[in-house]
Design a protein around this ligand. Structure first.
Ligand SMILES: NC(=O)c1ccc[n+]([C@@H]2O[C@H](COP(=O)([O-])OP(=O)(O)OC[C@H]3O[C@@H](n4cnc5c(N)ncnc54)[C@H](OP(=O)(O)O)[C@@H]3O)[C@@H](O)[C@H]2O)c1
Length: 237
């Protein structure tokens, strides 16, 4: 497998707490990174570093198919290859089984499932070509078990688990390995509504970033399909 300095990783949702930490960690380890965010001004100051030749930024809107294709094409034009994609963009949205709220269910489906699935479809030809392509979908422990009324979110994350396993099957022969990272509470904006746990006791985004970097660096013969990460003794599945 190539060393990190020859590999190019796209990060969708690089303005968010987890996406930003993964992007920064991969860049620190020598990867070239293509950062997708719907608001480029929210990308951290680190993206202006002296090593900026290994960083590109591009608008990313999960629900906009032509924008997604433009980003993939721009990444190939800039770096000549794509070795991995991290799908970290995602939305919360409290909607439960008995809520008559198709709008929120549709939004969750569009952002948390169809967005990552489209990024995978668009990049698979490039990932196959490099022989050791990597996909990381940031799912959730809510994609493994249902412990609260956030049914819509859980449905979307369970579906994202299926996307990961479908990707494993589709890409395996060509060296593509897909992983779902499934955390419980992570100390980011999305966890602002969390009750009964302090920020310090949550999983820190930097720790998830190290896990993502390990998954990307592992050889094709050591594939991790699901990485379940908890900060409490709560149910894992
Ligand atoms: N925090 C947790 O406790 C937790 C636990 C389990 C799983 N997760 C998952 O982790 C992932 C990252 O979340 P986070 O914790 O880092 O939260 P965050 O800081 O709120 O980041 C969410 C990211 O998703 C982006 N996003 C939302 N809707 C989008 C859209 N329509 N198009 C493009 N980008 C969009 C946001 O963009 P803006 O910056 O423009 O808003 C932001 O970059 C999500 O998939 C989430 O479901 C989080």
């Amino acid at each position: 497998m190539l060393s990190s300095k020859d590999r190019v990783i796209m990060i969708a949702g690089a303005s968010g707490g987890i996406g930003s930490a993964i992007a920064q960690c991969l860049h620190d380890k020598g990867y070239s990174v293509s950062l997708g965010a719907r608001n480029l001004e929210k990308l951290g100051a680190w993206t202006q570093t002296s090593d900026a030749e290994r960083i590109m930024t591009h608008a990313y809107e999960a629900t906009d198919a032509s924008n997604n294709a433009d980003w993939v094409n721009a990444t190939v034009e800039r770096f000549g290859r794509i070795d991995g994609v991290v799908n970290s963009a995602g939305m919360g949205g409290m909607v439960n089984l008995e809520d008559d709220d198709d709008e929120t269910y549709d939004a969750l489906w569009a952002v948390n499932v169809k967005g990552p699935m489209r990024m995978i479809r668009l990049t698979l030809p490039h990932l196959r070509k490099c022989g050791s392509g990597r996909i990381i979908n940031v799912s959730s422990l809510s994609g493994k078990r249902v412990t609260n009324d956030g049914t819509g979110y859980a449905l979307s994350k369970f579906a994202l688990m299926a996307v990961t396993h479908a990707t494993r099957r589709a890409g395996w022969e060509d060296g593509v390995r897909a992983t779902s990272i499934c955390p419980s509470w992570v100390n980011t904006d999305m966890a602002a509504r969390a009750e009964g746990i302090t920020r310090e006791d949550m999983i820190q985004p930097e720790d998830l970033a190290e896990m993502a970097a390990t998954v990307i660096a592992l050889p094709n013969s050591a594939a991790i399909a699901e990485l379940l990460v908890n900060c409490t003794l709560g149910d894992m599945f």
